[in-house]
Design a protein around this ligand. Structure first.
Ligand SMILES: Nc1ncnc2c1ncn2[C@@H]1O[C@H](COP(=O)(O)OP(=O)(O)OP(=O)(O)O)[C@@H](O)[C@H]1O
Length: 206
C-alpha cells in the first residue's frame, strides 16, 4: 500500500500543495487532475521521492520512504515531461540499458509500443511521439510496482494511446499501482480520482 499523508509543499514561502492525501493499493489507477499550476507534477515528484515535502509523509507498506530513498527509487517507474533518453543511442540500445532485472525483454518492449520499425534508429532522429513511445517502453521494462506518469499522452497518436492503455492495464492486472496526471481522456480504467484545487491568487507569487 502506498500512502500520501497530509502532503504540504511550499515554494518561496507560498503553498503549492496543502495537506494532500490518498491511499493506493494493488491494481489502483489514480488519476490526478486539476488546472495548470495546481501542483500535479509536484505531487508526483514527492511520491517518487525526488522532492521532499515540507509537511506530511509518503509511506510504502507503512514505512516512511524517507528512511530509504534508494529502496523507494527501485520500486518506482517515473515518466516525467522529459523522456530521459540517450539521444545518440538507438532505440534498442536505450532499452537495453534497462535489461537487467527487467520484467520483459527488449524485443517484447519494442513490440508492445509498436517500435520495431525504428529499433535501430538513434533516438535523436525520432519524432516527439516516437520518443514518448520509447520512454514508455523503458518504463514497462522496469520491474517496479509503482508507475508515476506525468501527462503520458503528450505527443502520442491514437494508436499509441491504445498501447499506453494496454500496458497500463497489464500493469494493474499484475497488482501494480498507476498514478497518472492528465488533461486528456485515456483508455485506462481509473479507480480513484483526486482533483487538486486551483491555487488561489494570493498563493501565487507575482
Ligand atoms: N522550480 C520551481 N520554482 C518555483 N515554483 C515552481 C517551480 N516549479 C513549479 N512551481 C510552482 O508550483 C506550482 C505547481 O507546479 P506543477 O508543475 O506541480 O503544476 P501542474 O499542476 O503539474 O501544472 P501543469 O498542468 O501546467 O503541468 C506552479 O504554479 C508554480 O508556481
Amino acid at each position: 500500500m502506498l500512502c500520501a499523508e497530509q502532503i504540504t509543499v511550499t515554494r518561496d514561502g507560498l503553498p503549492v500543495l496543502l495537506r494532500v492525501g490518498f491511499s493506493a493499493g494493488p491494481a489502483c489507477a489514480l488519476r490526478v487532475s486539476g488546472p495548470n499550476g495546481a501542483g500535479k507534477s509536484t505531487l508526483l515528484r514527492v511520491i517518487s521521492g525526488l522532492k521532499r515535502p515540507d509537511g506530511g509523509r509518503v509511506t510504502w507498506q507503512g514505512e516512511d520512504i524517507a528512511l530509504d530513498f534508494h529502496a523507494h527509487a527501485l520500486r518506482v517507474a517515473y515518466l516525467g515531461h522529459r523522456d530521459g533518453l540517450k539521444p545518440d543511442l538507438t532505440v534498442r540500445e536505450n532499452l537495453a540499458i534497462h535489461r537487467h532485472h527487467a520484467r520483459c525483454d527488449v524485443t517484447e518492449a519494442l513490440a508492445r509500443l509498436g517500435l520495431p520499425p525504428c529499433a535501430d534508429v538513434p533516438v535523436r532522429q525520432l519524432s516527439a511521439g516516437q520518443k514518448r513511445r520509447v520512454a514508455l517502453a523503458a518504463l514497462m521494462m522496469k520491474d517496479a510496482p509503482i508507475w508515476l506518469l506525468d501527462e503520458p499522452h503528450l505527443g502520442l497518436d491514437a494508436a499509441a494511446l491504445l498501447r499506453l492503455g494496454d500496458v497500463t492495464r497489464d500493469h494493474l492486472r499484475e497488482g501494480g499501482i498507476a498514478i497518472i496526471t492528465t488533461h486528456a481522456e485515456l483508455p485506462i480504467p481509473f479507480t480513484h480520482i483526486i482533483t487538486l484545487p486551483e491555487r488561489p491568487a494570493s498563493w501565487v507569487a507575482g
